[in-house]
Design a protein. Structure first.
Length: 407
C-alpha cells in the first residue's frame, strides 16, 4: 500500500491566478433567466440547483429564537458551534457510516467553502487531481486556486456517467495525489453502486491518493438506491478522505449558507487555520437553524424527496420522447443529464447548432427555456436540467422542447 500523499505545504505568494477563474456557468445561466423573467418574458429555467420549496417552518422558528439570544451576537469558534459539530458527527455516523469526533469537523459558509478549503488542505503546486467528468463547475476552479492540475476522466451516457477503476488507473501518474468522488452526482444524478464505490475506494487507498467526497446529495436518492459513502465502503480510506456536505439541498436551505467538511485531524486543522483568517465563524443564526434541521423531525425533507422523485420520473419520461435525445435514469440529486448529440448538426427553425452551447442558446431564444450546456461540466453534447421546480412549469418546459424538436 502506498503511503498517503502529503498535506498542503504551499508557500504564501501573490499571483494573478484569480483572473483565470471562470464565472460559475450554472449561476450565469440562472441569472440570465431571472433577468429575462424580470423583464416579463415567460422563461422557464432548469438552470439552478436549488429546491423550490420553502425551508421547513421548524427550522425558521429555531432561527427566530436564536435571534433573541444575545449569545449569538458575538464571535463563536471559527470552526463552528460545538453543539452543531456534535450533531454533524451524529449525522456522519448515521448516513456515512463513519464515527468522528467534533474536532474532525469544520462548519463552513456553504458547501462551496468546504470544497475550496478541502483542496487547499491537500493539494500542493503541480499536483494532479483526478476529476471524473461530467463534474460540477466549481471543482476545476477550486483545484486551480489550490495550484493543482485537474485531470478530467470522462464517462458518457453509456456508462451512466460513472468512471471505472480502469479509467482512473489509466489517468494516474506519479503526480496524482487527489481524487474527486461525487455520488449522487451533480450534474448527472448518477449514483455509484456499493460495489463500484468499494472498488474505487480500495484503488485510492492502495495508491495513497486523497479522496475529496462530496456527499451533499446523499439523502436525495430514489428507487431504493442508497448512496454508500466511500468511507463506509472502505473504512481504512477515512485516513485520506475529506467528506463535504451541508444542509442546502436536503432541507431547502441554499440561502442559509451552512456546509461542513469532515476528515483526518491533520487535514482539518489546516482547513480550520485557513478559515480562521478567511471568514471566521459562520453566521450563528444560520448555524442554529442548521442544528434544528439535523436534529428535528425529518418528515418535511422526506416530502421534498418524494416530490423530487415524482418530478424525476416525469422529466425523464417526457425527455425520452424526443427523437435524438438519450436520457440515462438518474437515481439521485435533482438533475437529469440527457445526451443531446443526436440533435446537433440538424436544422431547427433555420439554425444548425453544432455544440450543446449553441443548442442551449437556440432553446432559450426559440422557446424561452433555460438549460445549462454540457460545456459547463465537461465535453459538449449534453444538457443539464434541474427538476427542482414546480410540476406545472417542469412539464410546460419539456413540452416546449418537444415542440421545438418535433420536426
Amino acid at each position: 500500500m502506498t503511503e498517503r500523499a502529503p498535506l498542503s505545504r504551499r508557500p504564501l505568494v501573490l499571483s494573478n491566478k484569480l483572473s483565470a477563474i471562470a464565472e460559475s456557468a450554472t449561476l450565469k445561466v440562472d441569472a440570465k433567466a431571472k433577468a429575462l423573467q424580470a423583464a416579463g418574458r415567460p422563461v422557464i429555467s432548469y438552470a439552478a440547483g436549488e429546491p423550490d420549496f420553502s425551508t421547513p417552518q421548524f427550522i425558521v422558528d429555531a432561527a427566530v429564537a436564536a435571534l433573541r439570544d444575545p449569545a449569538n451576537y458575538r464571535y463563536t469558534p471559527a470552526v463552528g458551534l460545538p453543539v452543531l459539530r456534535e450533531a454533524i458527527a451524529t449525522k456522519t455516523l448515521r448516513d456515512s457510516g463513519l464515527e468522528v469526533e467534533a474536532s474532525q469537523i469544520v462548519v463552513t459558509n456553504g458547501g462551496k467553502q468546504a470544497v475550496y478549503q478541502a483542496f487547499q488542505a491537500v493539494v500542493n503546486p503541480g499536483d494532479e487531481v483526478l476529476l471524473p467528468a461530467p463534474y460540477w463547475t466549481t471543482y476545476p476552479e477550486a483545484i486551480a486556486l489550490a495550484d493543482g492540475i485537474p485531470v478530467e476522466v470522462f464517462a458518457g451516457a453509456d456508462q451512466d456517467y460513472k468512471v471505472t477503476v480502469e479509467q482512473l488507473e489509466s489517468a494516474r501518474t506519479e503526480r496524482t495525489t487527489v481524487l474527486v468522488f461525487v455520488s449522487p452526482s451533480n450534474p448527472t444524478g448518477s449514483v455509484y453502486t456499493p460495489e463500484e464505490t468499494t472498488a474505487i475506494g480500495e484503488w485510492a487507498l492502495e495508491n495513497g491518493i486523497w479522496i475529496i467526497s462530496d456527499e451533499i446529495y446523499q439523502n436525495l436518492v430514489y428507487e431504493g438506491a442508497r448512496a454508500v459513502s466511500i468511507v463506509e465502503a472502505v473504512p481504512d480510506a477515512a485516513a485520506q478522505t475529506i467528506l463535504v456536505n451541508g444542509v442546502a439541498k436536503t432541507y431547502a436551505m441554499t440561502g442559509w449558507r451552512v456546509g461542513w467538511m469532515v476528515g483526518p485531524k491533520d487535514a482539518i486543522t489546516l482547513a480550520a487555520n485557513l478559515q480562521s483568517h478567511l471568514s471566521s465563524n459562520v453566521n450563528n443564526i444560520a448555524q442554529r437553524a442548521a442544528l434544528a434541521a439535523l436534529t428535528g423531525p425529518q418528515t418535511e425533507p422526506e416530502k421534498f424527496r418524494v416530490a423530487f422523485d415524482r418530478r424525476r420520473r416525469l422529466i425523464v419520461g417526457e425527455l425520452a420522447k424526443i427523437d435524438g435525445v438519450t436520457v440515462p435514469n438518474p437515481l439521485g440529486a435533482f438533475y437529469v443529464y440527457p445526451d443531446v448529440r443526436g440533435l446537433l448538426g440538424r436544422e431547427w427553425r433555420g439554425k444548425t447548432p453544432t455544440t450543446s452551447l449553441e443548442l442551449a442558446d437556440l432553446i432559450l431564444e426559440e422557446v424561452e427555456v433555460a438549460v445549462v450546456p454540457g460545456e459547463a461540466f465537461g465535453p459538449s453534447g449534453y444538457l443539464r436540467l434541474s427538476y427542482a421546480l414546480g410540476d406545472e412549469q417542469l412539464l410546460e418546459g419539456v413540452r416546449r422542447l418537444q415542440h421545438l424538436f418535433s420536426a
